[in-house]
Design a protein around this ligand. Structure first.
Ligand code: AR6
Length: 183
């Protein structure tokens, strides 16, 4: 994988990486899941395969106990064999329906709050919703930049590094440019 840039928001480094998110040495990896945490395709499939059966097993237990994860919500499991300690599963919006930006905002708030609550130093986040779910990339980028600046501008806490990572380099480049033009 390749780091293509980084910016500072308050005391936190925001790093932009092109490559396979499962290979990153971070405390938590965010997964772009569905509400039933059935990790078949996309980045969810990659995380589930790379981490081994434990991730799907813990996900099934989570849903059995708590019910499905609503869009914009999060659920935490272990990370199986991966270097990370946790997987923070979130469910993105589907398509470009009205209200979907609110769901995406909630997802970012919940991801950042959960990482803070877990008292971890680093978290890697993929382009949630923008693959199989078809949420527009432009909307993802706008909400991502807004919510990251909002959460971390005056943040004092354990999180020191936020990585945005995708195998699609054009997505990562667009997000980096948007951060460079707003922070
Ligand atoms: N590392 C980094 N990014 C990746 C990787 C990887 N190994 N694999 C794919 N991507 P998607 P969604 C990027 O479809 O739209 C699953 O079936 C990919 O380039 O994974 O939220 C779930 O179980 C894209 O930009 O997530 C759900 O049912 C990004 O990951 C559904 O898909 C997100 O695409 C969720 O769909």
């Amino acid at each position: 994988f390749e780091t293509i840039g980084s910016v500072k928001v308050g005391d936190v480094e925001i790093r932009f990486i092109v490559g396979d998110i499962t290979k990153l040495d971070v405390d938590a990896i965010v997964n772009a899941a569905n509400s039933y945490l059935q990790h078949g395709g996309g980045v969810a499939g990659a995380i589930s395969r790379a981490g081994g059966p434990e991730i799907q097993k813990e996900s099934d237990e989570y849903v059995r106990k708590n019910g499905p994860v609503p869009p914009g919500g999060v659920a935490v499991t272990g990370a199986g064999n991966l270097k990370a300690k946790y997987i923070i599963h979130t469910v993105g919006p589907i398509g470009d329906k009205e209200g979907n930006d609110e769901i995406m905002k909630k997802a970012f708030e919940n991801i950042f709050s959960k990482a803070d609550e877990l008292a971890i130093n680093s978290v890697a986040i993929p382009f949630v919703g923008t693959g199989i779910f078809g949420y527009p990339l432009e909307n993802f980028i706008k909400v991502c930049v807004d919510e990251t600046l909002k959460f971390f501008s005056n943040y004092k806490g354990p999180i020191k590094l936020v990585v945005f990572c995708d195998i699609d380099s054009s997505k990562v480049r667009k997000l980096l440019h948007s951060f460079e033009n707003s922070s």
